[in-house]
Design a protein around this ligand. Sequence first.
Ligand SMILES: Nc1ncnc2c1ncn2[C@@H]1O[C@H](COP(=O)(O)OP(=O)(O)OP(=O)(O)O)[C@@H](O)[C@H]1O
Length: 369
Amino acid sequence: MNKRDVLQQLVRVRLADGSNPLADGRIQDVLVEMHGERAHVAILIDENWDGGSPPADAQERLRQAVLAMPGVASVRIVPRPRPRARGVTVPGAAPAPGGGDAPARKLPEGLQGARVVAVASGKGGVGKSSVTVNLAVALARRGLKVAVLDCDIYGFSVPALIGLERAPALDDDRKVIPGHGHGVDVMSMDFFVQNNRPVVWRGPMLGKALRQFLFDTVWNHPDVVVLDLPPGTGDMALDVQQQFPPMDVLIVTTPDPFAARVAERAGSMAQKMGHRVMGVVENMAYRQCSGCGQREYLLGRGGGDAVAAALGTEVLARIPMEPPPPGLRRDGLFPPESGAGAAFAELATRVAERLGVGVPQPAGADGVR
Ligand SMILES: Nc1ncnc2c1ncn2[C@@H]1O[C@H](COP(=O)(O)OP(=O)(O)OP(=O)(O)O)[C@@H](O)[C@H]1O
């Protein structure tokens, strides 16, 4: 019993109006967890089903169809927001500037079905790349298949921050096999730039380079792709965001009011591009005294809340300011047992919940929820 079996069953379901919700995209995904011979299935459906919540009889038809399969012990129906990373244009999303370049907004086959979360900031130095890599590794520690795409074209730093254990390579078709570190696949413009020479692409050239970067890579069907976006609201950030289908965006800020103001602008630009701001990460939110345990707010307070309020979203994590771990460690990963590491684990939980990824919990004794 696997996902394909369930999809084959669902494709036969007809609703009261004769439609098939798999064919028209109202079923977003199916998760199957095996416990011995017993399968626990979650069907992820569009919470905005024909402009309203999914009707009870439609949910019941889906549930019964899958429960009728041999070996299925439970079926959960999980409504969730419309997918943002399917290579399709989401109705109601703002068209891409410059005429809505729909094909450019598709994702390659190896990323189809992945949830995309992009990490953005209003300015450099607030910890955007650190949030990207620590979030990606924390998601991988939850058992998810994760890829990081370092799209900070001028300021790529992801490979160094994650500490690659396997360098990128070329396969027989001259496609790039991503680098790998701490359970995460990594693609970065860093791999294509020799001797740290500056990258000078803009506009169409950048678009072409990014598409090659996306499409000439051997992606391994990750559950989640974390994008490190260029900072700010300039052409570079715009050009890069334009290449992706509507996706979820995390805005990173420090508590400092200036950082918060520019972070707010970055968030509203993402919204104008048709992306959805999932939440705010306040980095360097405080420093905890190792002696007395008191929190010191070295960069002030309130930046994260101000950005979240302005963008109509919430603060998903407050990451403490922590010195690099002692010893020879050279990457930018916070150990899981550190305060920042724990905050990233919590952020990963919240992000996974909001993306609707993760292993479904087995249902109660009656097998149906
Ligand atoms: N919570 C934190 N505590 C202590 N140091 C941090 C924290 N977050 C990030 N840093 C450090 O701050 C510096 C800037 O971080 P990072 O490179 O992630 O920022 P960025 O916003 O991606 O900047 P840029 O866009 O310029 O690359 C790095 O040296 C990083 O190790």
